[in-house]
Design a protein around this ligand. Structure first.
Ligand SMILES: Nc1ncnc2c1ncn2[C@@H]1O[C@H](COP(=O)(O)OP(=O)(O)OP(=O)(O)O)[C@@H](O)[C@H]1O
Ligand SMILES: [Mg+2]
Length: 147
């Protein structure tokens, strides 16, 4: 399904909707070109889960962990753009970062992709005029949750 996200308020609302549905083990896979809004949506999810303050883009650190509490769930926010091989994600300890929590992944295809996981919510963002369009593809575990 597709959603129109004309402004940042719409992005915040989508992030809050996703955050309320997240369960341990989930992945939110955010695909889209440069400036499509991946980090913006990741920030909206993190804030809705209870994070206060900055959310640095994990462009250089690749994986930024967020603890619970203060968040409702632990989150690993990753930007896999700079990976040269998908295996590097495991070499960085991705499985440990994911333990008991949620992975928000920008450029998921650079880490081999997560869409085969039942807990993966795949969102593709595109620039449309001043706003954005989201195409949402829920994994098996998300079909009943996502309305
Ligand atoms: N729905 C929206 N409507 C209007 N502007 C938006 C929307 N979502 C994000 N933006 C703006 O788009 C710009 C780029 O967003 P963002 O940094 O999240 O993109 P990104 O996909 O993470 O890009 P990169 O791959 O370069 O990291 C920001 O200035 C942000 O405010
Ligand atoms: Mg980004």
């Amino acid at each position: 399904m597709t959603l129109d996200l004309p402004d940042l308020a719409a992005m915040e609302a989508l992030g809050a909707h996703i955050a309320a549905l997240l369960q341990p083990g989930d992945v939110v896979a955010l695909t889209g070109g440069l400036g499509a809004g991946k980090t913006t949506l990741a920030r909206a999810i993190l804030h809705a889960l209870g994070h206060e303050g900055e959310v640095p883009s994990p462009t250089f650190t690749i994986i930024e962990p967020y603890d619970a509490p203060p968040l409702r769930l632990p989150v690993a926010h990753a930007d896999f753009y700079r990976l040269e091989r998908p295996e590097e994600a495991q070499e960085l300890g991705l499985d440990d970062y994911r333990e008991g929590g949620v992975l928000i992944a920008e450029w998921p295809d650079h880490a081999g992709g997560f869409a085969h996981e039942a807990g993966c919510l795949s969102i593709t963002l595109e620039i449309v005029g001043q706003g954005r369009k989201a195409t949402v593809e829920p994994g098996q575990d998300w079909i009943k949750r996502w309305v």
